[in-house]
Structure formats: structure tokens, C-alpha cells
Design a protein around this ligand. Structure first.
Ligand SMILES: NC(=O)c1ccc[n+]([C@@H]2O[C@H](COP(=O)([O-])OP(=O)(O)OC[C@H]3O[C@@H](n4cnc5c(N)ncnc54)[C@H](O)[C@@H]3O)[C@@H](O)[C@H]2O)c1
Length: 315
């Protein structure tokens, strides 16, 4: 395939058709969506998580989301069955990556965890394998430096919900080769996505701009400038955003939002990126948004009604 011991001096663009097997690390909010899209597009998918319950939940979510596509007529029942049959689940990383052409890491947004995962990936993945991360903010260059193949480490940042959202932010680390960047660009297009290439700075483009807005909304709530419904309604109706910043924070996961703000704060060394205390408190207390059942809003399975958390409604 590409790179492996090559003395090539000329840049080669490898077509995504060469990549057949993808391993996705983490089967949470993003991981199962990424598996869904790759399986839908004909890839063999190895879905790996440390937690069997997370794998079961991930597979069930993929099934439900594909059912929705079948109901809409964008996927046939047969294609759904085929796509699901292409997904295998693993709790052991070494077995999950042994035949991978590309890995997309979508584990928890924690720098120490990701550095450890990439050291292991480097050890267990075949030499040709591209190591991509779905990180929202962590330095691709730093992650790459924990491997012996920094040229093959790249950011492939999908958006939530992955089967619906068109954008892939492709983040080129300092050492990432043009060959790998071009491969991921073409691969994203072949998945029906629109890739945008950016350089490796904290939060890249998407979260450098989005997260300070969310954090500012939490600060406004914390200061009592307005309530949750008012803040979200103002941003929805006034700025034509499809959902307000507090609802979006719940959807992303408040732990993920907190981690991204921390990366921006440390990365730029600027106090303007300090995470709001209310956000930190909610994360510490386990109120993480949709995935934990409560954040700024309260979520009841099966209900689409947007109910402000009683904790805020009382105030
Ligand atoms: N939530 C979003 O909207 C969003 C959007 C874009 C990117 N991201 C990024 O995607 C990544 C995953 O976020 P998420 O929202 O899916 O988180 P999540 O909490 O929903 O899922 C994380 C999963 O990683 C698993 N995990 C933890 N350690 C692991 C390990 N060592 N090996 C394998 N699996 C492990 C957990 O068991 C869990 O199932 C993060 O880097 C995040 O910043 C999130």
C-alpha cells in the first residue's frame, strides 16, 4: 500500500478504494456514528471499546439509526442488513486493529488516554495503517509524537450525528504527510462528506469558534443574565442557529465541552478560554447532558420534549 519502507520521493495519492478495513476505537456518541457511516459505505468495520455494554449500546444505536434511514427510503432493508453484518465488535485492541488499513480513534476526550491509545495503536497496527483521531481539540502533532509514524497521524473530525452531518474537519499535524492528508480528504468525500483541511492549533477551527460561544452562554446563565430557555431562544431565533448553545452543549456532552475549553485555555494560555465554573461543577457532579440523562435539560428516553432541568427551573 503506501509509505511502508518506501524510498518514494514523489508524492502519491492513494485512492480510498485501497482502504478496506477500518477500526474505530470507542463506540460512544461519535464512535458508533463513525462505524455506521463506514459500514454503510462498504467498509469492513471493527468497532472496539473497553466496555462491552458500550459496544452493545453502540450496535443498538446503529440499528435504530439505520431503521430510520430505511423508513425514510434512503437505505434498503437488504443494504441495512449487509452494513450491519460488516461490523464486528472487540474489547481487545490488538485483535481489533491487526487487519486495519485505517484506525479512527473516538475514545473519551482526555489527552493522557489518547496518548496511551496511540502508543498502543502504533505497536499493534500494520505498518501501512493510517492513525486518525476524531479529537475535538487535542494537538494532532502531540498525538503523532507518541508514535513512530507521525507522518501517518491525522485528525479526521466528524460531527454529531455523524450519519447526518456533512462536514469532516481534516487536521494536518506538523509531521503529517501530504499523501496521508490527500488520502483522508478523498476518503471523506467517498463517504459522502465535505472535507475541509485546517492546520493544527488548539480547537482547530470548529471548536475554537464554537466552544467559547457555548462557554459564554454558560457564563451568562451562571451570572443570572437570563434563564436557559431565554438564552437558547435568543440564539436560535436571533442568530438562526438550529439549536441554542446550552441544548447543543448537552448534545455534545458537557464533559467533552469542558475538556475542549481546558485544551483551549492551556493551549493559548489566555484567561478568556477558562471553562465556566458552572460547567466544571456540572461535569464533576455527573450531569453530562443527553448521555447521562440530564444537563441543562432533562431527557426522558422516547420523549422529544425539551424540558429544562428542575435544578435551573427552581431558580
Ligand atoms: N460528542 C460530540 O458531539 C463530538 C463531536 C466531534 C468529536 N467528538 C470527539 O469524539 C471523541 C469521542 O467523544 P464521544 O462524544 O463519542 O464520547 P463518549 O463519552 O460518548 O464515548 C467515548 C467512548 O470511549 C470509550 N473508551 C474510553 N477509553 C477507551 C479505550 N481505552 N479504548 C476504547 N474505548 C475507550 C468509552 O467506553 C466510551 O464508550 C472525543 O475525542 C470527542 O472530543 C465528540
Amino acid at each position: 500500500m503506501y509509505l511502508g519502507g518506501s524510498k518514494k520521493t514523489k508524492e502519491t495519492i492513494f485512492m480510498p478504494s485501497i482502504l478496506k478495513t477500518v477500526t474505530v476505537i470507542g463506540s460512544g456518541t461519535m464512535g458508533n456514528g463513525i462505524c455506521h457511516v463506514f459500514a454503510h459505505n462498504g467498509f469492513n468495520v471493527n468497532m472496539m471499546d473497553i466496555n462491552q455494554a458500550a459496544l452493545d449500546k453502540g450496535l443498538a444505536t446503529i440499528g435504530k439509526n439505520m431503521d430510520r434511514q430505511v423508513a425514510k427510503g434512503t437505505l434498503s432493508e437488504d443494504a441495512k442488513k449487509e452494513a450491519i453484518s460488516r461490523i464486528k465488535t472487540f474489547t481487545d485492541m490488538e485483535t481489533a486493529v491487526k487487519d486495519a488499513d485505517i484506525v479512527v480513534e473516538a475514545a473519551t476526550e482526555d489527552i493522557d488516554l489518547k496518548l496511551k491509545i496511540f502508543q498502543q495503536l502504533d505497536k499493534f497496527c500494520p505498518p501501512h495503517c493510517i492513525l486518525a483521531t476524531n479529537t475535538s481539540s487535542i494537538s494532532i502533532t502531540r498525538i503523532g509524537s507518541y508514535t513512530k509514524r507521525p507522518g501517518q497521524v491525522i485528525g479526521m473530525h466528524f460531527f454529531n450525528p455523524v450519519p447526518v452531518m456533512k462536514l469532516v474537519e481534516v487536521i494536518s499535524g506538523y509531521a503529517t504527510t501530504d499523501e496521508v492528508k490527500n488520502t483522508i480528504f478523498s476518503l471523506s468525500e467517498s463517504l459522502g462528506k465535505v472535507p475541509c483541511i485546517v492546520n493544527d492549533y488548539p480547537g482547530f477551527i470548529s471548536n475554537r469558534i464554537l466552544m467559547p460561544m457555548i462557554n459564554e452562554a454558560v457564563l451568562a446563565l451562571q451570572e443570572g443574565v437570563a434563564g436557559i430557555a431565554e438564552i437558547d431562544t435568543i440564539m436560535k431565533l436571533g442568530m438562526a442557529h438550529p439549536m441554542g448553545p446550552l441544548q447543543l452543549a448537552d448534545f455534545i456532552g458537557l464533559d467533552t465541552c469542558y475538556s475542549i475549553m481546558h485544551v483551549l485555555h492551556m493551549g493559548f494560555g489566555n484567561q478568556k478560554y477558562a471553562p465556566a465554573t458552572l460547567l466544571a461543577n456540572m461535569v464533576q457532579a455527573g450531569y453530562l447532558g443527553v448521555k447521562s440523562g440530564e444537563g441543562f435539560y432533562k431527557y426522558t428516553p422516547g420523549s422529544k420534549e425539551l424540558v429544562v432541568s428542575e435544578r435551573f427551573a427552581k431558580k
